[in-house]
Design a protein around this ligand. Structure first.
Ligand code: 3PG
Ligand code: MG
Length: 398
């Protein structure tokens, strides 16, 4: 997917009005940004464009509003962004029409302006051509730095790429290079670790991965469904019993594709789903009927380590246990630390992303030691499913 795309190296931005699509969809609580990771990620492109004398006009969505709704205003996010990038960030109350046009007309080269939530207009999500045209009037070029919104074919994530000269921002560029190294053109053997609660949300992902990787570790609640399908009695564990046939089909597909499936060989169980609940390690033939599997067991952890040692490339999505509750974070933390160690030793290219994964790796204290960690949720999953991402496709040079 990353064959050729234009980057900021291919354009002289001085004096140009740059419509820069960023992902400012940050978690907020009581009007305050609670995690600034995404703001830090958009900083390199903003500062580069500003220092090269562009007029930097930020386009972004926030939340999923139905029409204009002050609770979803980007104004407080723009203020938080200004703090992170240590530069003034102006704000306009609408992303089209007079408020936007006036604010842009008043900009000097190097200025940064954030336009109000693009989703205040329903035409954004419809990728409405008339809306795209109104946006396009405001800029000379379009730069997409929002990989994490690239699975959406919306006006500002995709439509503008057909109307204006289109370029990948630095964060998008880094993401595409990293993802290319992970699955499209990886050093083999490639191992994937996939965890999380449910098989039902990751069927397409698993079916794609077994055709691309040499080993696939399945952990988390979803592993219970596979174990159940193989006849293991999983007690009161989270388990989608109706998906047993799907699990068996995925196992068959893996075998046909020569992908080794690595399921837990033992389990850490408890009788209550709570932090510090008394926990016990059991073999799979001995899970007590009234207990729940909350993490992989010690022998499984060793197996995962050995599998990581055999790999040159790792792609990781989803925790392998209930990592938000100690001590059921152990499997995830140990595997993450091991992958980090191999990466630091230069033996492994490690790429992780999607939903809880970043939180899990932060919790393990190894986020900085991975080769690349994506802040994308849905977009990362769709990429792992092998689906084309509209916001990336539109950047391809034909
Ligand atoms: C995200 O936070 O995952 C992206 O910004 C996309 O948001 P969406 O799922 O509301 O389209
Ligand atoms: Mg999402």
């Amino acid at each position: 997917m990353t064959k050729t795309f234009r980057t900021l190296d291919d354009v002289d931005v001085k004096g140009k009005r740059v419509l820069l699509r960023v992902d400012l969809n940050v978690p907020m609580d009581a009007g305050k940004v609670t995690d600034t990771t995404r703001l830090e990620r958009v900083m390199p492109t903003i500062t580069e464009l500003s220092s090269k004398g562009a007029k930097v006009i930020l386009l972004a969505h926030f939340g999923r509003p139905k029409g204009r709704d002050d609770k979803n205003s980007l104004k407080p996010v723009a203020a938080a962004l200004a703090d992170v990038i240590k530069k003034p960030v102006g704000f306009a109350d609408d992303c089209i029409g007079e408020p936007a046009a006036k604010a842009i007309a008043a900009m000097n080269d190097g200025d940064i302006l954030c336009l109000e939530n693009t989703r205040f207009h329903p035409e954004e999500e419809k990728n409405d051509p008339a809306f795209v045209a109104k946006l396009a009037e405001l800029g000379d070029i379009w730069v997409n730095d929002a990989f994490s919104a690239a699975h959406r074919a919306h006006a500002t994530t995709e439509g503008l790429g057909h109307k204006l000269p289109a370029y990948a921002g630095r964060t998008m560029q880094a993401e595409l290079v990293a993802l290319n190294k992970a699955l499209e053109a990886p050093v083999k053997p490639v191992i994937a670790i996939v965890g999380g609660a449910k098989v039902s949300t990751k069927i397409d992902l698993l079916e794609n991965l077994v055709t691309k990787v040499q080993a696939l570790v399945i952990g988390g609640g979803m592993a219970n469904t596979f174990l159940h399908a193989q006849g293991v009695k999983v007690g009161k564990s989270l388990c989608e019993k109706d998906l047993a046939p799907t699990a068996l089909r995925i196992l068959d597909k893996a075998e046909a594709a020569n992908c080794a499936i690595i399921l837990p060989v033992d389990a850490t169980v408890a009788y209550h789903f709570e932090a510090n609940a008394p926990s016990f390690a059991y073999g799979l033939d001995a899970i007590p009927p009234d207990s729940m599997i909350l993490d992989v067991g010690p022998r499984s952890i060793e197996r995962i380590h050995a599998a990581i040692d055999d790999a040159a490339t790792l792609v990781w999505n989803g925790p392998v246990g209930a990592f938000e509750l100690t001590p059921f974070d152990k499997g995830t933390v140990e595997a993450a630390k091991h992958a980090a160690k191999r990466t630091k030793a230069g033996k492994l290219v490690s790429v992780a992303g999607g939903g809880d994964t970043v939180a899990a790796l932060n919790h393990a204290g190894v986020a900085d030691d991975f080769t690349y960690i994506s802040t994308a949720g849905g977009a990362f999953l769709e990429w792992m499913e092998g689906k084309p991402l509209p916001g990336v496709e539109v950047l391809q040079v034909k």
